[in-house]
Write a protein that binds this ligand. Sequence first.
Ligand code: ZN
Length: 252
Amino acid sequence: MVARHDQTTDPVLLDGLLQARRGTAFFARKLNELADADLDGASLLPGWTRRHVVSHVGYNARAIARLVEWAATGVETPMYPSVEARNHEIAFGATLSPTALRNLFDHSAIHLNVEWRDLPADAWHHKVTTAQGRVVPAEETVWMRTREVWVHAVDLDNGASFADVPVLVLERLLKDITGTWASRRTDQGLVVEVTDHGNDMAFGDSSAPSAVTVAGPLAAITRWATGRGTSGITAHNSHDSGASVPKAPAWI
Ligand code: ZN
């Protein structure tokens, strides 16, 4: 008999799956609000129309589903055969008819959800390799997808903003991004301060005497950290209370 509920009983993982499913529903809502002709319009990502965003999010679900299948079967199935193949697939998807493009998003999201739902509890710990070459347990696929659907829903430029993204997702995203900067040492002289979130959310490197502090509410700071604008953000250093806001270091 086919299971109709998640096989895992891990409460942390079930919470994560909930955020991924909510994000998918949110992306679907923002996509469904767009008329077919709107799909030709620009997204917030340079050089990408909304079609590219939908295509990417659809093929991303398929790529992540391949990792879940890998965890289930032990047969190595990478996300993408190559970077070129990934980019080619996105460009191709962007040329689909509006109906086919919407179906790509819907069907790929359903397929991924079924793979997650039917993955045996033990198999969630099996190791898979992401497109960036990171070796992670299959559990990580949930966060990988969560990040994509929430952020790209904003990229559709259809009224969604980082303020719509759940606080738990914003927190994890900001920790991920600043963690990447720290491991690459691209955060030297940069301090990041979240102003609406107690004092447990400060990141970066304050050791340099010329350190610049970038401050703002969680949603605005996370938006800035993903490279999507400086609105709601201020910057200061030891001699200038109104310094210009620096560009966030690269993250992907
Ligand atoms: Zn993406």
